[in-house]
Design a protein around this ligand. Structure first.
Ligand code: T46
Length: 130
């Protein structure tokens, strides 16, 4: 079973002109990217996620603001990450139950190893544990 981990992305530029960060399947993303989507304007009172994926691998990047991501595996081991740096990505393997909380008008960029399919989601917590 793979573990989630943070990936330092390339950061090009300087304070005077700003920066470019790069996520590239060939170098720092541990899967082939099939789909990119982004989540924004989520109120701080809302908790997103509450599901796991059967096969999908993901890299989540907080391109603005701050996002707290809580991950749980099927042995009920919980790890928490705070993303607030656009040159950092969080790799999430399959079979991790996730909860996401957005702060400071956060925008979450999600790179995914699969096309969207509702079949790939486990949205019932008890089903996830079994
Ligand atoms: C994840 C976290 C980080 C689509 O039709 N196409 C898509 O590509 C996506 C991602 C979603 N949808 C539909 C499915 C639902 O009817 O958009 C609706 C909201 O999706 P969901 O409730 O899954 O949103 P989040 O923010 O809880 O989860 C999303 C991703 O779905 C999920 O894979 O890991 O972001």
């Amino acid at each position: 079973m793979q573990e989630p981990y943070l990936i330092e992305l390339q950061k090009i530029g300087e304070e005077e002109i700003g920066y470019i960060s790069v996520a590239q399947a060939a170098s720092n993303v541990p899967f082939d990217i099939k789909r990119v989507y982004w989540i924004y304007q989520t109120p701080e009172t809302v908790e997103r996620g509450n599901h796991a994926h059967k096969n999908t691998l993901q890299l989540l990047i907080c391109v603005r603001g701050k996002i707290k991501i809580t991950l749980e595996n099927r042995h009920r081991k919980i790890v928490e990450f705070v993303l607030d740096d656009p040159n950092q990505g969080l790799f999430i393997p399959n079979y991790y139950w996730r909860k996401l909380n957005f702060f400071d008008e956060a925008i979450c960029l999600c790179l995914s190893s699969s096309d969207y399919s509702e079949e790939d989601y486990i949205r019932e917590y008890q089903e996830f544990l079994s």
